[in-house]
Design a protein around this ligand. Structure first.
Ligand code: ZN
Length: 247
């Protein structure tokens, strides 16, 4: 099992770790399982981290993506870039695991912004994707949405500098508050006895295992770049960084 350091502190960029195993992944790449990691695995709509594993001799092995292990619940697979030299990456080896900070920063900004969207659009979510280049959220609804109104709403909540924090609640507490679950497509993981909830003070509260910035002010300038009618019952909202749109 892999200790998930990113769940408690999303600002950690690196950690020391030990290699538990090196597996072959279905796409032919190598998957390295560590005893602990700062790498977030694809999940809850948020893309996996990339980065590097540095061996004791200083050699750097690039990690292209991160996934939950396909066979072993609780293990996180660091997927190496194609052709990466895996010599020295045997079980027991010590490595420094460091994420691509810019990519993660983008994920955290967009991810926190999707929570603001949830607060602005009071309808169930039936799809979500968060990458370093954009974020999209699908709402189960029939009414039209307005791009400028939503962009202004996000800007207001970013300027409001609301604190963002996580805490753990019991499954019983979650069951007693079904209104907390906003997503139709992603249900919080069950059977662990506790569920991680993300609170944006005075704005939003819902179960979420992803990584977020510590204050809505840290989201910076995020705009709605597009609204699509995906189906009769679905409105898709796409977010972008204002700085990329200008540059
Ligand atoms: Zn979240």
């Amino acid at each position: 099992m892999t200790e998930e350091l990113f769940r408690e502190d999303a600002t950690l960029l690196q950690c020391e770790a030990q290699v538990l195993e090196v597996d072959e992944w279905p796409d032919g790449s190598r998957a390295v399982v560590l005893d602990r990691t700062v790498f977030y695995p694809l999940g809850g709509g948020q893309a996996g981290d990339a980065g590097v594993l540095t061996l004791a001799d200083g050699r750097e092995v690039p990690v292209a993506d991160t996934r939950k292990h396909k066979d072993r619940p609780g293990a996180i697979a660091h997927l190496l870039a194609p052709g990466a030299d895996t010599s020295g990456l045997a079980p027991g080896a010590r490595v420094t695991a460091r994420i691509d900070a810019l990519r993660r920063r983008a994920h955290m900004r967009f991810h926190t912004a999707t929570h603001l969207l949830c607060a602005l659009v009071p309808h169930p979510v039936d799809g979500c994707s968060i990458t370093a280049g954009y974020a999209r959220l699908d709402f189960h609804m029939t009414e039209p949405l307005d791009k400028e109104t939503l962009t202004a709403g996000i800007a207001r909540l970013v300027a409001g500098a609301h604190a963002v924090r996580h805490r753990w609640i019991s499954e019983e507490e979650l069951d007693a508050n079904p209104g907390l679950v906003r997503s139709m497509s992603v249900q919080p993981p069950r059977g662990l006895g506790r569920v991680r909830v993300l609170e944006i003070e005075g704005v939003d509260l819902q179960p979420c295992g992803g990584t977020h910035v510590a204050n809505t002010a840290d989201i910076g300038p995020v705009i709605v770049t597009k609204i699509e009618k995906k189906s009769a019952m679905t409105r898709r909202v796409i977010l972008g960084f204002a700085e990329s749109a200008v540059g």
